[in-house]
Design a protein around this ligand. Structure first.
Ligand SMILES: NC(=O)c1ccc[n+]([C@@H]2O[C@H](COP(=O)([O-])OP(=O)(O)OC[C@H]3O[C@@H](n4cnc5c(N)ncnc54)[C@H](OP(=O)(O)O)[C@@H]3O)[C@@H](O)[C@H]2O)c1
Length: 319
């Protein structure tokens, strides 16, 4: 009797073990295939972005990731509407695009911190254009450093720049066949102490985009959410690019290749691998522990010193 139940137990354990191994093999094969398709195959198997329409609208288009998207979209044959606060910078970028890529441009000067009231004027300016792509990239850092929630200046403005909910006026124009790219962040993939509001607005962008995509894809509107790690821009103090930190132009090129292959992406292979590594080696319980918050505070202080030194150095160079 004992031998029979022992052998049944062994067979049961073998079955559970085999099933678990098979499950993880299939899961990781699927992840590898998706990664290969999104970040490798997409280099040669690209969606024709011109098929969405003649014009692309890019918000936050005068520097960093937005400027890089505007240039890359123009390089791929689209005319560009640039949206930002500074008229001078808008003119400079518009001229660059026209001379380098021979595409038409239009500019819209606006400040997204002003809230809902700005959208009717933007929609009116775009009314007669055949808009195929909308890149909701604008976003602002509320501080030069990592800070506790109560030290964030003007927290309500952060929400306005990061959350593209009010853009329905623009989205409606993408009737039938359109692409909306919403810029989220890896900071929105998990809760981030000392970046609390930024992280929370980005998870909003992520959920909002993924839900919109499933609601509207059957009507021909694709909503892609891009969640990068660090990209060298003003927001990251233009730190020199390396294997982990992408330049804005390289990032935009890779990220635009992923259109049609993924509706939620880190944007490039390096950031996708960092996302996997972080979720394995830096789980929530560790990141949210008091110990880690203390370490983040120390890191923030040392970063603050470095940034002050960099600013002093560049000021003395200018003198
Ligand atoms: N850099 C990164 O490592 C990183 C990582 C993950 C996600 N992101 C996200 O990527 C997006 C772009 O970031 P970035 O690093 O490229 O930033 P950036 O270099 O600071 O550029 C921000 C752009 O937005 C415009 N802008 C800022 N505030 C605005 C406002 N209130 N109204 C209108 N335009 C405004 C700026 O132009 P004007 O000054 O002329 O208005 C500029 O063109 C953001 O959503 C950010 O959260 C960045």
């Amino acid at each position: 009797m004992d031998t029979v139940s022992d052998s049944m137990l062994v067979r049961g354990l073998v079955f559970i073990g085999g099933f678990t191994v098979l499950y993880y093999m299939l899961k990781w094969s699927w992840i590898c295939w998706c990664g290969f398709r999104v970040y490798v195959l997409s280099k040669v198997w690209q969606t024709d972005l011109k098929a969405y329409g003649q014009w692309a609208v890019v918000t936050g288009a005068t520097s960093g990731i937005g400027k890089a998207y505007a240039n890359e979209l123009a390089r791929r044959g689209l005319d560009i509407v640039l949206v930002s606060r500074s008229k001078d910078k808008l003119h400079i970028v518009a001229k660059e695009i026209e001379s380098q890529h021979g595409r038409q441009t239009q500019i819209i000067q606006t400040d997204f911190t002003e809230g809902h009231d700005i959208y009717p004027a933007i929609a009116e300016a775009l009314r007669d254009l055949d808009i195929g792509i909308l890149v909701n990239n604008v976003g602002m850092n509320y501080s030069d450093k990592l800070v506790h929630f109560l030290d964030i200046p003007n927290p309500e403005q952060v929400g306005f720049t990061h959350t593209p909910t009010h853009n329905n006026g623009l989205c409606i124009q993408l009737k039938g066949n359109g692409l909306i790219i919403n810029m989220s962040s890896e900071a929105g993939a998990q809760p981030q102490p000392m970046l609390s509001l930024y992280s929370a607005t980005k998870i909003f962008v992520t959920y909002f985009s993924r839900s919109l995509n499933s609601e509207y894809k059957s009507q021909g509107i694709t909503v892609q959410c891009v969640a990068p790690f660090m990209v060298s821009t003003n927001m990251t103090h233009n730190l020199p690019p390396n294997l982990l930190l992408k330049s804005a132009s390289a990032f935009a090129r890779e990220a635009l290749n992923t259109v049609g292959h993924s509706s939620y992406t880190s944007g490039c292979a390096s950031h996708a691998l960092q996302n996997i590594a972080l979720s394995i080696f830096f789980p929530d319980w560790l990141r949210l522990s008091s110990y880690c918050v203390k370490q983040t505070e120390k890191f923030a202080q040392s970063m603050e010193k470095k940034i002050d030194e960099m600013t002093e150095r560049s000021a003395s160079k200018e003198d």
